[in-house]
Each structure stands twice: as C-alpha cells, then as structure tokens.
Design a protein around this ligand. Structure first.
Ligand code: ADP
Ligand code: ZN
Length: 530
C-alpha cells in the first residue's frame, strides 16, 4: 500500500545516508529500491558504474531476513564483503575458495540471523545442501548479479546460472532482482525468460556514456600509436590498456616503462601478490597505467580512469562496452581508443574455428565478432551504433566520437575487391590452392618473393594487377571485405576463401564502399595531431 511504500522509501533514504553516506539516490535507484522493498521482482539494466549494488543492498537492509546475492565474481567476494563490513553491514560469502571452517562459520552466522547479506557463487545453488541451508533462515530477497550470464546468446554464458530458475519455484514469495550492465534486446528477453521473471518490472537505464569519446583506428604500429595517445592526450593520467594475451601484456608494459611511462602489467599468470599490489597501486595512485588482459577490471571502481585503450579487438560489442565503460565514471571527459587490424580478424576467426563446443556455440561467437567488426568499420556515429546495439534506437550523432569529429571518407573499392576476389578464384579453381592475406597481397602487388616464385604465382594472369594500391590499402580492403562477409577466413593458416556474397561483387551486382584508410592514424580532437 501507499503507506508501506512511504515508510519503505523513508527507511531506504535513511539507510542511504546512515550506512552508505550518500545524500541522494542516483537515476532510478529509488524506484528500484522501493519496488523490491515492496516485494516486487525487478530486472535492472544499468551501465557499469551506474550504482547497481545499492539496488539490492538497501532492500536487503530494509527488509527482514538475509539478502542472498548470487555473483559469478568469486575473486571479488572477499573485497565486496570487506567493504560492506567496513560500513557496518553484516555480510558474508560462500564459495569454493574458502576453508571449511570459514564456510561453517558463515553458515552458523546465517542460521543465527547474524547476516544482512550473503554472497553465493552460482554453483552453490545447484547443491541440495545449500538449498536446505537457505530453507532454514528467512531470505529477504535474491539478487542475481551479472544476470546476462544466464543467456546462452550472451557473450558470457555460465551453465550454473540456468539452475537459478529454480529459486522462483522453491521460494515463490521471495522477491528477486536481476542486474546486468550488458544486455542487447535479445539477451534482455532471454534473461527474463530463463530466470522466470515474467512478472518483474524492467528498469532500463540509458546506456549512453556521453563523456566517453569512442575512437577506433586501423592498427599500424600499435605500440607507437598507443604511445602517441598517452603522451599527447593523456600524459600523467590513469588508464587501462587491454591486450588479448599475457605475453603481449608483458611486452607492452615493458615497452611503456622503457618509454618513461608509469605502467604495470596485470594478468592471471602473475602471482597473486603482484596482482594485488598492482591493482591497489592503480586504485590509490594518480597516474598509473595498467596493461592487462580482460581479467582486470571486474568490480574495480576507480572514478578517474581517463582512458581505456584496446590493442586487440574485443570478442564482442558487450565486452567492448563493458571494458570501455571503466573510463570516466566521474563523468569527466575520457577516451576509449581501439586499434584493430587484419590480423585481429584472422586470429579471432581461427580461435572460433578451433574453439571447443558445438556448432551453435561457434555460430554465437561468430555473430558476436561480426557485430564488433561492423562497429569498427561503420561510417556512422560510433555512439549511435553502440546504442542501437543495446536497443536504444534513434539517437542523434554525438559529435564526440571519431566518425563525428572527422567523418571518414569512403571510396569505391569495387574494382580492387574484384581483383582480390578473382585472385582467390584463380587459386582456388585453377590450382586448388588456398592462401592467406600476405600471399594474396604479394601477388596483387606484383612482388616476386621467394614464396611467390616457389608457387609460380608470378605466372598468374592476376600477378601485379593491384600495384596501384599500397600494402596498407590492400590490408584495409581485405579486412573490410572480411567484416562485410564478402570474404572469409578458414583453417589454421588463415586462408582466404569466397563466401556466397562474393559472387555478387564478381558478377558486378554489388558495389563495395569502404572507409578510407588513414596512412597514419591521427587524433581527431583539436589536440596536437602531430
Ligand atoms: P555498478 O555495480 O552498477 O557498476 P556500483 O554499484 O559499483 O556500480 O556503483 C558505482 C559507484 O557509484 C560506487 O562507488 C558507488 O558507491 C557509487 N554510488 C552508487 N550509488 C550512489 C549514490 N546514490 N550516490 C553516490 N554514489 C553512489
Ligand atoms: Zn559520434
């Protein structure tokens, strides 16, 4: 009733001040909290840094009983619980990293009604023992964090999450709140269905982060490009540089240190002491750069990260959005910069082809990669494309991304595309050969390399027909044809092969418009473009 709502809201505001020390709710927090305090189910989509935690922590403190939080981020549970305890909240966690006596003590506290919040790893909820434990005390709510993990079409699917649909059957009267920072419309719908949240109210915050300047450059000399970004635009700023592999994390961090930049590496292969030290330096210090694999950043809350740079292509738009979202949480200008090249596409295709899992899984990965590539190659506003992807349609061009600031020129690449595709045809049909991008470009440019001579490729009629374009331009053509599905990569050597759509180009039925490659990537802002 209205009176209860009023009381709940007054109580929630008091908890916000007294426990968390904040003056006002942010965005839709108050509405979400009142809804859950009142016993309603909720599905919350809010970008990273939006303030999701309070949406379940405050209801857990206001409602009688223990709030049970399901989270896949086991490594962070200790930190989350410590942070809550420092505020005087009675919190505990149960996961597989614990000693048996710690677990028993948490269970005892739970049963004795000495906890406000209990964090659980999802695999716990598959065991009947945990279910029985939860039966023996009063649960005030279930919070399902990182709820996109339940979606098989998402980029972060965890089978353990499927078992969470049972919560509703076993405890129909306990409100549930599912939260995620990454959800396309399809994932959003799948979360609601799989978690049986049919009657939940949906709270969808805007995914726009207007202070982040999105920029995607062709990869040429990535370390140099990165160094230019750091020196010319972000000298002395804290930031994160993401690389795909541990080895490239190490190499890049060493490179930056040699160039006089205060940088440390972070990846799962480092010992836990070094990891903890580098992470806490990043949080405490002003201008540290962390070079990391995507293992870094989950749950890290540093408001003044001024840039996030990607030296390798993220595997999905969701991942890209989540990682870049760690920049500029304080609302001040921040840069999200990504360098990507042909090699990224080839490498990721290869990883998908050789990945474990069934055909449907590989198709899913390929779909995610294609969406990421189309964001990279778009000639439209990056932000408009991102928001579209997350279901927010009809945004106006932002004026603060690379394509808005310096609109890419397009060029008609139909003829070069035909030359390239007919070279693939020649090799495939006449000689039953398949080659990677390097050999094809050598043939087109008319280079008599040892490998060209060994395979007699200088005798092909197409040899040298592409001498009018530079190597960079050819690599751009190949990359963009791949991203448009007009060419495909296959096998462990990254061979280029035709697709069904290739025929349309070869048969003059389709024009190919491409982004013009900058011979040298430039900063699009008014700042020194050197
Ligand atoms: P998310 O889980 O959505 O990424 P968090 O819950 O970690 O975001 O919140 C991000 C930051 O914002 C945290 O430092 C949090 O304390 C702070 N915050 C959340 N709500 C408020 C609020 N109402 N007022 C001030 N700060 C807030
Ligand atoms: Zn824009």
């Amino acid at each position: 009733s209205g009176t209860e709502g009023g009381t709940g809201s007054g109580e929630a505001a008091r908890v916000l001040h007294r426990v968390f020390g904040y003056d006002t709710f942010r965005g839709e927090q108050q509405e979400i909290i009142e809804h859950v305090v009142g016993g309603g189910d909720a599905l919350v989509l809010m970008p990273t840094g939006g303030g999701k935690s309070l949406c379940y922590q405050i209801p857990a403190l206001v409602r009688p009983g223990v709030g049970v939080v399901v989270s896949p981020l086991i490594a962070l549970m200790q930190d989350q619980v410590d942070a809550l305890r420092a505020l005087g909240v009675r919190a505990g966690f149960l996961n597989s990293t614990q000693f048996a006596d710690e677990r028993r003590e948490t269970e005892r506290a739970f049963l004795a009604g000495e906890l406000d919040l209990l964090y659980l790893a999802p695999e716990r909820l598959r065991t009947e023992a945990t279910m029985r434990l939860l039966d023996q005390a009063k649960v005030s709510l279930f919070a399902i964090d990182e709820a996109h993990c339940v979606a098989q079409w998402g980029h972060d699917f965890r089978p353990d999450y499927l078992a969470l649909s049972a919560l509703h059957e076993r405890w129909p009267d306990v409100p549930r709140i599912a939260l995620t920072a990454t959800a396309t419309e399809a994932t959003h719908a799948e979360i609601a269905k799989r978690l049986r949240l049919e009657d939940a109210r949906h709270f969808v915050a805007s995914f726009d982060r207007p202070n982040i300047q999105y920029r995607i450059d062709a990869k040429q000399d990535p370390k140099k490009q990165l160094l230019r970004l750091l020196r010319e635009e972000h000298a002395g700023d804290a930031g994160i540089v993401y690389c795909l592999s541990r080895a490239s994390v190490e190499r890049t961090a060493e490179f930056l240190v040699r160039e006089g930049i205060d940088a440390v590496p972070y990846h799962a292969g480092l010992d836990s002491g070094t990891r903890a030290r580098n992470q806490s330096r990043f949080l405490r210090e002003d201008g540290l750069v962390v070079v990391a694999t995507i293992a870094f950043g989950m749950g890290i809350d540093k408001p003044d990260v001024r840039f996030v740079a990607h030296l390798d292509l993220p595997k999905s738009v969701e991942g890209y959005y989540q990682e870049t979202g760690r920049a500029g949480r304080d609302g001040l200008p921040a840069t999200a910069w990504l360098a990507y090249g042909l090699q990224d596409v080839v490498q990721q295709r290869k990883m998908i082809d050789t990945s474990e899992g069934d055909e449907a899984h590989r198709r899913r990965l390929a779909t995610h990669l294609e969406a990421m590539l189309s964001l990279c190659e778009t000639v439209a506003c990056r932000r408009v494309r991102l928001l579209d992807y997350f279901g927010q349609h009809g945004a106006e061009p932002c004026g603060n991304c690379d394509t808005c600031l310096s609109p890419p020129e397009t060029w008609d690449a139909t003829v070069p595309a035909q030359k390239l595709l007919s070279t693939v045809v020649r090799l495939q049909r006449e000689r039953r050969q398949k080659f990677g991008a390097g050999q094809l470009i050598d043939i087109l440019m008319g280079r008599k390399t040892a490998k060209v001579i060994r395979f007699d490729h200088d005798r092909l009629s197409v040899f040298g027909i592409g001498a009018d374009l530079s190597e960079v331009q050819w690599r751009g053509v190949v990359r963009q044809l791949l991203s448009q599905g007009l060419l495909a990569v296959e096998g462990e050597f990254g061979s280029l092969v035709l697709t069904d759509a290739s025929a349309e180009v070869l048969g003059q039925r389709r024009e190919v418009l491409l982004r013009r490659e900058a011979e040298r990537a430039k900063a699009p802002s008014g700042k020194a473009a050197a």
